[in-house]
Design a protein around this ligand. Structure first.
Ligand SMILES: Cc1ncc(C[n+]2csc(CCOP(=O)(O)OP(=O)(O)O)c2C)c(N)n1
Length: 273
């Protein structure tokens, strides 16, 4: 099926906002900045089956910046892994819908939240897939603040050393983390050169919230299979993308409040009504 990716990304954005507004507070900035890459992955690139979430040989996705769970859940429910109503028990104790990615939820391949760990799991999955020869591609999404964790670079080195060209990772390079700008706290620049020095194929996407640019980058990354190098796609994104007042919050968008009035206004802008 051919989806209209721009329209799908609008629906997912609205669902992210709605589920977090139901709680009143959450990781809005970092969830909105990854909606577009999730759209391309789940509605175009990945071999998955919502009717059979554990299908052997399926592609895997690990959202290593696990606090962006609301974006992953909104994407999975739109793709048909579970009913949309389930988005509205986010963070309800006992409902099994914690806002950090949890693999008990259909379609979630790996629990994450302790930054750095998810990426290690993705690297292990890529190695496992190659040993099983199941033809899968493993995708992982890292935060830029998360990339200040030493564990990321240990995994990066291991993936290149094992020539895991079935692994495609993304950095959500929105230049902000929870306590300040990434540059203020521990600068990553030049990020692409660092990944290249670690033995990775690197693709830079200037507009990391543009589904067409992301889609082209993923096609290029897939064509890299056989090269013996894993691929890092650096997405230059905007934290809070899609909602002006959330983007304007900057660092404060990391975890922020949203009320019903703000929700209605944001949905109207996104949907253009
Ligand atoms: C090991 C670990 N240390 C600290 C935290 C607390 N924490 C949660 S989100 C975050 C900032 C992450 O920044 P980034 O990866 O850039 O995410 P984004 O800004 O895109 O949401 C921090 C420090 C954590 N979850 N895990």
């Amino acid at each position: 099926m051919n989806w209209d990716l721009k329209e799908v990304s609008k629906d997912i954005r609205c669902d992210v906002l709605s589920s977090i507004a139901h709680v009143g507070v959450g990781h809005l900035g970092g969830s909105l900045s990854i909606v577009d890459v999730l759209t391309v992955l789940y509605f175009e690139a990945m071999k998955v089956n919502p009717q059979d979430p554990h299908m052997p040989g399926r592609d895997r996705f690990v959202c290593s910046k696990g606090h962006a769970g609301p974006a992953v859940y909104a994407t999975l429910s739109r793709r048909g892994f579970f009913d949309r109503e389930r988005l509205f028990v986010l963070n309800d104790g006992g409902a099994g819908m914690p806002s950090h990615c949890d693999m008990h939820i259909p379609g979630v391949d790996m629990t994450a939240g302790s930054l750095g760990q998810g990426f290690s799991c993705a690297v292990g999955m890529a190695l496992g897939s190659r040993l099983e020869d199941d033809g899968a591609t493993v995708y992982a999404l890292l935060g830029d603040g998360e990339s200040q964790e030493g564990q990321i670079w240990e995994s990066a080195m291991f993936a290149a050393s094992k020539k895991l060209d079935n692994l495609i990772a993304f950095t959500d390079y929105n230049k902000l983390q929870s306590d300040g700008t990434v540059a203020q706290i521990n600068d990553l620049a030049p990020l692409g050169a660092k990944w290249a020095a670690f033995g990775w194929n690197v693709i830079d996407v200037a507009s990391g919230n543009d589904v067409d640019e992301i889609s082209a980058a993923v096609r290029q990354a897939k064509a890299n299979r056989g090269s013996g190098k894993p691929t890092m796609v650096i997405l230059n994104t905007v934290k809070g993308c899609g909602v002006q007042w959330i983007m304007d919050l900057g660092v404060a968008s990391h975890s922020c409040n949203i009320n019903e009035e703000q929700l209605k206004a944001a949905i109207a802008v996104i949907k253009g009504v």
